[in-house]
Design a binder for this molecule. Structure first.
Ligand code: UN1
Length: 498
């Protein structure tokens, strides 16, 4: 598909010209669009529209709200190829991963439709005769979604599918690097809204712009939930501001994900898992494998297998069917990778790969070989998240040492162990094992399914999105005690007779 064909298939035309925000494709750094930005002065009106939509939407029965999400899933299915191609064009993901991202949107819609007939509360035994206790879940209000360039559409959909069935409107601020995929997603949403018929105006809004637009959301009491995905640096700004007004922040920040490879591991499987999770999406997933903690008895063998596998990885135009590694998002990302490789060398690292790609890839893009870096210890470079395909390799002798290394970083998103030893696997998943939000056995740390709660601990921010009971983060919990007796007994046996 040409760029124009992609825009046309998504219903984007006038919107892609004439604005002030210039959009470049990571494929070759060419300008692909100029889009209009939302003025910070428009934000009060945007938030007011979301508030008035909330007043109506919260009264719509949840299964009917689910119908809108069902229609969104249908429209996403119909637009999958075009939106996937736009993800490739604007974020630089290879074709299969662009399509996979849209599939993730479809999957969360299906999940949320089922959820719309659940949203279960509890009933609780009351200590008082003739009383009943229960817990109900109520809509909470507008959700501000701040998303990153690397999953430019799926993360919005995780939040939006849940928020809509929970009765909450959404205001979306995408990364300034990826406004087009956001605009394409809104076109798809508009089709679903048109078919739905009577959704309130302002239920799903998109705002495009920089920090001022984000700050308006983060600072507003009328936006009770802020779901922000991005760097820990961003989270350090957003988290305290939301906490300062007693809002609710769902933070999904940096990761520094590790794999422990034990002596019993199936090394063929481990190598495949390592390569996909370390170099997939050009190392730009928050779940990307960044640290390999290999038992010293197999470490050299594993490094040899990896450097051999890395040498044959096709790097180039992400639109070509055979490419496995596309460009980094921009030249700044490549510069940061190169600087970090220098730092790792200064800290005693031995670097394999990591050179800019000179030929075989489109001119203008930030193409780079992924790097494997053998490290003597978990130094400062290793403890930092560099959003690029750098895989640090560390050795270990005992499982306790490996788990200690795995946990000894500031971030806590995803982790895994490759082992055929049940004791090791279960220890890794136990209270003394991985301290991350995600811990896997015999699969890599990235590419999570939407059915589980997604997020992590420590500097990752503690938020949970997507599956399991993450929906509770989008609702207000209410404890109800109903007295159907003719007496008024007090709890805890307190006497207060008048
Ligand atoms: C992200 O990088 O922000 O688990 C999300 C994964 C994807 C989501 C990544 N399902 O790798």
């Amino acid at each position: 598909m040409t760029n124009d064909e992609i825009f046309k298939a998504l219903g984007l035309s006038a919107e892609v010209t004439g604005g002030t925000l210039i959009v470049h494709s990571p494929i070759d750094s060419a300008e692909i669009a100029r889009v209009a930005e939302t003025a910070a002065s428009d934000m009060p009106a945007v938030i007011a529209r979301a508030q008035s939509a909330f007043k109506e939407w919260r009264q719509v029965p949840a299964p009917r709200r689910g119908e809108l999400v069902r229609l969104l899933g249908e429209e996403l299915r119909a637009a999958k190829d075009a939106l996937g191609a736009l993800v490739t064009l604007e974020a630089g993901k290879i074709t299969s991963e662009g399509l996979g991202e849209v599939q993730e949107m479809i999957d969360i819609c299906d999940f949320a439709v089922g959820l719309s007939r659940q949203l279960y509360g509890l009933t609780i035994a009351s200590e008082r005769p003739g009383h009943r206790m229960m817990e109900t879940w109520q809509p909470m209000g507008p959700v501000g979604v701040i998303s990153a360039f690397n999953f430019p559409v799926a993360v919005w959909c995780w939040n939006t599918a849940l928020a809509l069935v929970c009765g909450d409107p959404v205001i979306w601020k995408p990364s300034e690097k990826t406004p087009l995929t956001a605009m394409g997603s809104m076109k798809i949403m508009e089709r679903a809204l048109a078919r739905f018929g009577d959704a309130p105006e302002g239920l799903c809004q998109l705002v495009i712009g920089g920090p001022a637009v984000g700050e308006a959301l983060v600072g507003s009491d009328d936006v009770p939930i802020i779901s922000a995905t991005g760097s820990t640096r961003m989270g350090r700004i957003v988290g305290p501001k939301v906490a300062g007004r007693f809002g609710r922040a769902i933070l999904e920040l940096g990761g520094n994900n590790a794999m422990i490879v034990a002596p019993s591991a199936d090394l063929d499987m481990a190598v495949r898992a390592i390569v996909f999770s370390a170099v997939g999406t050009a190392g730009q997933r928050c779940t990307t494998l960044r640290r390999l903690i290999a038992h010293n008895s197999i470490r050299d063998d594993l490094v040899a297998r990896l450097t051999k596998a890395y040498a044959s990885l096709p790097i180039g135009d992400p639109r070509h069917a055979t490419t496995l590694i596309g460009p980094l998002v921009d030249h700044g990302a490549r510069d940061r990778m190169l600087a970090m490789l220098e730092q790792a060398k200064a800290e005693g690292g031995m670097v394999h790969g990591g050179k800019p790609v000179a030929s075989g890839a489109p001119q203008g893009g930030a193409y780079i070989e992924p790097a494997v870096v053998e490290m003597p210890c978990q130094s400062a470079a290793v403890r930092e998240e560099t959003f690029a395909p750098i895989l640090y390799v560390l050795g270990y002798d005992s499982l306790d040492e490996a788990i200690a290394l795995q946990n000894d970083v500031p971030q806590g998103l995803s982790s895994c162990i490759f082992t055929l030893n049940l004791r090791e696997a279960e220890t890794f998943l136990s209270a003394v094992g991985s301290d991350c939000g995600i811990a896997n056995v015999n699969i890599g740390p990235s590419g999570a399914e939407i059915g589980g709660a997604f997020g992590g601990e420590k500097e990752t921010g503690g938020g949970r999105e997507s599956g399991s009971d993450a929906w509770k983060g989008y609702m207000r919990r209410q404890t109800n005690t109903v007295n159907y007796s003719a007496q008024l007994p007090l709890a805890q046996g307190v006497k207060f007779d008048i």
